[in-house]
Every structure is written in structure tokens, then in C-alpha cells.
Write a new protein. Structure first.
Length: 266
């Protein structure tokens, strides 16, 4: 099992997402540290991309703010370097395939391993293309986190059997951003994955409140929250870190409250 998998062993994992360089270098570093201090188990750092096909308006706007701040792939690594002076919180990148491809898979993954980045979530990497990057990633001990969606169907077995780190379970069809309800078969989807692997699962897409996070954490081993946090960053700009920290505290408390919930039920 990879180090990422171990994180899910004794608790539900909270995996917040922010976009690198939104709205600037220093605020991103502070936001990541605030999330870590607020109980984040893994931070998912988004590498801004010009054509983020899986992203809704909130994250698209964050990507634009990052481009305005002059983001480049090297600057993303510099941000992680600055973060690493302050916290060793596990980090995974959310990146579209073109970014590591253009940078050079070997060069990109080497840099990741130097900075202790544990994994990559690549939403536009199909199962069939994993072999292009996975052998190099293995060489550097980096997990390529696969995504399972409500339409993965009979591909789930293959995806699950090839998975390392954790499996990103997409809560419902469509793009990132707030939702009031999720795919009704989400529980069965997670059960299906668990037939084939012990690699932990984390649900993301549309989770916006600590209550929704607790619901999803009951179904899976962890929960991913992006747009809700990116929204806070949009609203508060350079003073976001404090608000981001508060939100992280409320989510991490909410998802690991089995005792309280049992007491309430009595
Ligand atoms: O923003 P949401 O709805 O909370 O979803 C998580 C998400 O932000 C993050 O994991 C993510 C950002 N961009 C993506 C693209 C594809 C898959 C996942 C993502």
C-alpha cells in the first residue's frame, strides 16, 4: 500500500482542493497551511489549465485569476517548495494531462518526488492511457489516482484493480461545483469498487457543506471539497486563509463524529 492509502486507515480523510496561484503565490501558500492546520489529511492542489473541461464556473474563474497572477508549471512547483518549508501535509496535484505531457513526464514526476508530492489526479487520463505515465510514476513512488464515475459501469473492475493511493469517486455526472443532491446509486458505486480492491475511496464533486461532507464520509473513506473553498478564496482574497481554516475545521470535525452521531441517535 502507498503512503496515501495509509492516511485513510484510522479516520475519514478530508481532502480540500485549491487552485495554485489563486489569487497569488503567498495566499496560496497560506491557504494550504491553513487547510493543513484545520485538519486536512491531503491537500489537492489544482494546476491551472486553459481548457478545464471538467470544471464548473467557480474553478474556471480561479484558473483565470491564477493566469492573471502569471502562473506557470514551474511557479506551481515553487509554491509547493514554499509550502514544504511550513508543512509536510500530503499533497496531490489535480492536473489535466497536457501539463505533465508538455513539461515531460519524467521531469514533472521527478520534481514531484523531490517536493514530496504523493499523487496526481488526471481527469482526462483514460484507463487505456495509464501506461503512458504509470511506469514513470511508479519509479518515483507517485500514485496516479483514478476516477470512477456513475457511468464507469463494467470498467470499474479494471480501474479498481489498477488503482493505487486512493480512488476518486465522482458524486454525480457533470462538472465541478455546488450540488444539492448526488447520484442516487453512489452507495452501490462505492460497494462495487470495494469488491475489487482495498484501496480507499474518496467522494468529490458538489460537496459544499460540512453536513454533506459527513454524509459522503459515511459512504466512502474520504471526501473531497473544491468549489466551496475556492468560493471563499474568491470572496475574501488575500484575507481568505483565516476563513479557509475555519471551514476546514468545521468539515474535519463533522466527518469524524461517529461518537456524537451515535449519541444523538439514542
Ligand atoms: O469543486 P467540487 O465540486 O467540490 O469538486 C472537487 C474538485 O474541485 C476537485 O477535485 C477538482 C477540481 N477540478 C477537477 C476536475 C476534475 C475532477 C476533479 C476536480
Amino acid at each position: 500500500m502507498s503512503n496515501l492509502s495509509d492516511i485513510f486507515k484510522n479516520k475519514k480523510a478530508f481532502i480540500p482542493f485549491v487552485v495554485a496561484d489563486d489569487p497569488d503565490f503567498d495566499t496560496t501558500v497560506k491557504n494550504v497551511v491553513s487547510l493543513a492546520n484545520g485538519g486536512a489529511d491531503i491537500v489537492e492542489l489544482g494546476i491551472p489549465f486553459s481548457d478545464p473541461v471538467a470544471d464548473g464556473p467557480v474553478i474556471q474563474a480561479a484558473d483565470l485569476r491564477a493566469f492573471k497572477a502569471g502562473i506557470t508549471t514551474d511557479k506551481v512547483f515553487e509554491i509547493v517548495e514554499a509550502v514544504r518549508k511550513l508543512t509536510d501535509v500530503p499533497i496531490v496535484f489535480l492536473t489535466y494531462l497536457n501539463i505533465p505531457f508538455k513539461y515531460g513526464f519524467n521531469r514533472f514526476l521527478k520534481r514531484c518526488s523531490e517536493l514530496n508530492v504523493s499523487g496526481l489526479v488526471i481527469p482526462d487520463l483514460p484507463l487505456e492511457s495509464r501506461d503512458e505515465i504509470v511506469p514513470t510514476a511508479n519509479q518515483y513512488g507517485i500514485d496516479i489516482i483514478p476516477l470512477v464515475t456513475p457511468t464507469s459501469g463494467n470498467r470499474i473492475k479494471k480501474i479498481a484493480e489498477a488503482a493505487t493511493g486512493f480512488i476518486y469517486v465522482v458524486s454525480s455526472m457533470g462538472i465541478t461545483g455546488q450540488r444539492d443532491s448526488f447520484y442516487s446509486g453512489i452507495q452501490e458505486l462505492v460497494a462495487e469498487i470495494r469488491k475489487y480492491t482495498n484501496v480507499p475511496t474518496a467522494i468529490g464533486f458538489g460537496v459544499h457543506t460540512p453536513e454533506q461532507a459527513a454524509q459522503m464520509a459515511e459512504i466512502a473513506d474520504g471526501v473531497i471539497i473544491g468549489s466551496a473553498i475556492v468560493d471563499i478564496i474568491d470572496k475574501h482574497g488575500i484575507s481568505a486563509p483565516e476563513q479557509v481554516n475555519r471551514f476546514a475545521v468545521s468539515v474535519s470535525e463533522s466527518i469524524n463524529q461517529e461518537g456524537t452521531k451515535a449519541a444523538k441517535a439514542v
